[in-house]
Design a protein around this ligand. Structure first.
Ligand SMILES: NC(=O)c1ccc[n+]([C@@H]2O[C@H](COP(=O)([O-])OP(=O)(O)OC[C@H]3O[C@@H](n4cnc5c(N)ncnc54)[C@H](O)[C@@H]3O)[C@@H](O)[C@H]2O)c1
Length: 255
């Protein structure tokens, strides 16, 4: 049988019931990784995991809110119990709260900080501790957004959390590169997912303003994610890889 890129690797992917996370989990499993698939919606996690198994992948569902310390600690323990180790973390779970800056409410901010920052930070810490204990390195991929790089109406708070995630990946190099753990972020632009497609105008709107002429697919984002957690990118550390069809490279045209 032909060797696959992620044979003998164990990966956790969070927020992976649908959307980008699901496609990353699916592709990792297709490439031989044993995957722990998390979603806050337990049924969705089970269904998604089942789909990956039906395609021949090895995958276990792990339902729960990944912004809580209890779930964070237990998912890492579960990976070790189920598959003996942890090599890859894709911290994909994140929430988007739109809101006018002048009216933005503390409750929305608290929820956003809890999931996007507290959850990402402590999950990364828990995964890194396990990788350090194992002593043979690992790969951690965090999920940012183009709104960390370019201003976007009604996304001040969300963009702020994603900019913090980009900086977290850079900071962690100092702590984790000595352990041969690389940390990077993917920075998706407008991407076609179950959530964004709720906007009937989404494809038309983003196709008009994206240099590539279309929004990203989940496959576009997963391709970049797999590269950044693969052996091909071991020398890439603390980087933020933008996948946006050129959207953040273009300024407002005077014409
Ligand atoms: N879709 C886009 O256009 C886009 C663009 C830039 C960045 N992103 C980022 O990519 C990531 C995935 O986005 P998406 O649009 O594919 O996903 P999504 O928003 O559709 O959510 C995917 C899954 O995450 C789960 N989830 C939410 N909170 C969770 C929690 N606390 N614990 C566990 N699971 C949780 C949801 O139940 C859902 O099934 C997010 O971090 C998002 O901010 C998305």
């Amino acid at each position: 049988m032909q060797n696959k890129l992620f044979d003998n690797q164990v990966a956790i992917v969070t927020g992976a019931g649908v959307g980008i996370g699901f496609e990353v989990a699916r592709q990792l499993a297709q490439q031989g990784a044993k995957v722990i698939l998390n979603d806050i919606d337990e049924n969705l996690a089970e269904l998604a995991s089942q789909k990956i198994k039906e395609q021949g992948g090895i995958c276990e569902a792990f339902g729960g809110d990944i912004s809580t310390l209890e779930v964070i600690e237990s998912i890492v323990e579960f990976a070790v119990e189920a598959f003996g180790k942890l090599n890859i973390l894709v911290a994909n779970a994140g929430i988007t709260t739109f809101g006018d800056f002048l009216a933005y409410q503390p409750e929305s901010m608290q929820k956003l900080l809890q999931v996007n920052l507290f959850g990402t930070f402590f999950l990364t810490q828990a995964a890194a501790k396990q990788m350090v204990l194992q002593g043979n390195g690992g790969s951690i991929l965090l999920t940012s957004s183009v709104t960390a790089h370019a201003a976007h109406l009604n996304l001040a708070a969300y963009g702020m959390t994603k900019a913090a995630i980009d900086q977290l990946a850079k900071n962690l190099i100092v702590d984790l590169a000595p352990h041969n753990i690389n940390v990077n972020t993917i920075v998706p632009g407008a991407t076609l997912t179950e959530r964004t497609l709720e906007d009937a105008e989404y494809i038309k709107t983003w196709s008009r303003i994206t240099p590539s002429g279309r929004p990203a697919t989940v496959e576009d984002i997963a391709n970049a994610a797999l590269f950044l957690v693969s052996p091909m990118s071991r020398q890439i550390m603390g980087q933020n890889l933008v996948i946006d069809g050129g959207w953040t490279s273009v300024g407002v045209s005077p014409y």
